[in-house]
Design a binder for this molecule. Structure first.
Ligand SMILES: [Fe+2]
Length: 146
């Protein structure tokens, strides 16, 4: 059901937002200014999508989860309790945005089948967002190995 899929997306987005914001605070290294700024842009973009996803759930006449415990329960993204080294933070985010891309791509198919064009449209935008973040994270990690 599309609303249930969007709840999974909402929980996953919430957890990824929190993780990215935490990494923005705690990342360290000689490239700190760039990392700090890159992660801020990323958590802001992810944060913006939270309200839109929640309101789409409401438009489908379902209630949006509003508790952190419920977000965690729904999320396909795992939390990070530790403070990994910079490269490990970025590698973890690369893996997470890959999961987000697969998730929004799967839900896009459900939305299209349900002929929910506006939601499908928005999911296509999110696919674009996460595909671009994956490219940027891959590029940052490549310079790390040089
Ligand atoms: Fe900040």
């Amino acid at each position: 059901m599309l609303a249930d899929n969007l709840k999974t997306l909402l929980g996953s987005t919430f957890v990824l937002y929190t993780k990215t914001h935490g990494f923005h605070w705690n990342i360290e290294g000689s490239d700190f200014p760039q990392y700090h700024k890159f992660l801020q842009e990323m958590y802001e973009e992810i944060y913006e999508s939270i309200d839109t996803i929640a309101e789409y759930i409401r438009s489908l006449d379902s209630y949006s989860p509003g508790s952190l415990a419920r977000m965690l329960e729904l999320s396909i993204i795992e939390e990070q309790y530790k403070i990994p080294r910079a490269e490990l933070m970025l590698a973890e985010l690369l893996e997470d945005v890959g999961k987000m891309t697969s998730l929004v791509t799967d839900i896009f198919d459900v939305a299209t089948k349900d002929r929910a064009q506006g939601i499908a449209n928005y999911l296509a935008e999110l696919q674009d967002l996460y595909t671009k973040k994956a490219w940027m994270l891959r590029s940052i990690l490549k310079s790390q190995r040089a």
